[in-house]
Design a protein. Structure first.
Length: 261
């Protein structure tokens, strides 16, 4: 396996008396697409929330490029190169596609409030920086075929297009690790195929490693290099898509006791 980019060690999370994650551990190699699957309530999004800093785990370690990041604030983790999308789309509906994607550039903006107020012409530092960031966003719009929607309010767009916009905003952050929480949920078959192509290209063309949560097992099989399976907060299997689909604990988790040999 290639060098580990992300390492999860013995991760534990409690919500009151509920054990949401219990000793979960796995590695994601640089350049890998790793899928995390499991029934509803298995702890998948909780793991994502720990990695991205929304939750602080009760125990365990999260190492990114060898650095412990568990308990760090989300903006600090984002600055390290970790971006994510959400199961429920988190966009600003009354802003345009361009404006939403520009928000993904804020981590890279160096112009402060005072210098920004002094944007008096095309030669000012703030104006030059604005042009650089817009050029980056325009390239993402072109990559994701969002040209027709660039100036539209997000709230007026079809659901599948909004999913693509959220992917674009995450890309605008220039991540080295992208967390995708159910990237094709609610999409039609054509939209799913397009999303799969973009995810592969993001890894192959941009060198971004990808950790994704997905319920569509055909998508998981077509996209992922490896699969980690969670159930009731614990890891029950790890391997290729074919290996985990045949694993007795995975069959039991999805199909019940009658599936167990």
């Amino acid at each position: 396996m290639a060098e580990s980019l992300l390492r999860i060690e013995n991760l534990g999370v409690d919500f009151g008396g509920v054990r949401a994650l219990d000793g979960v551990g796995f590695d994601l190699a640089s350049g890998e697409i790793l899928a995390v699957i499991g029934p509803n309530g298995a702890g998948k999004t909780t793991a994502f929330n720990c990695i991205s800093g929304l939750y602080a785990p009760k125990e365990g370690r999260i190492l990114y490029k060898g650095r412990a990041i568990e308990g760090e604030k989300p903006h600090k983790i984002a600055r390290l190169g970790i971006a994510r999308t959400f199961q429920n789309i988190e966009l600003f509906g009354k802003m345009s596609v361009m404006a939403n994607l520009m928000l993904g550039r804020h981590l890279h903006m160096r112009t402060g409030i005072l210098s920004g107020m002094a944007l008096l012409g095309p030669s000012s530092p703030a104006a030059r920086e604005e042009v650089r960031h817009r050029e980056r966003v325009e390239a993402i719009i072109d990559f994701l075929n969002l040209e027709a929607a660039r100036d539209a309010f997000v709230a007026n767009l079809p659901y599948g297009t909004r999913k693509v916009v959220e992917l674009g905003r995450a890309l605008a952050m220039e991540p080295t690790l992208l967390l995708l929480d159910e990237p094709v949920a609610g999409m039609n078959p054509e939209e799913k195929q397009d999303m799969m192509i973009w995810i592969r290209d993001i890894r192959d063309l941009f060198g971004v490693s990808i950790l994704l949560i997905e319920h569509d097992m055909q998508i998981v099989a077509d996209l992922s290099d490896r699969v980690v399976v969670l159930n009731h907060g614990r890891k029950i299997a790890e391997g290729s898509a074919d290996q985990v689909r045949a694993h007795p604990e995975v069959l039991k988790a999805y199909l019940g006791d009658e599936a167990a040999p």
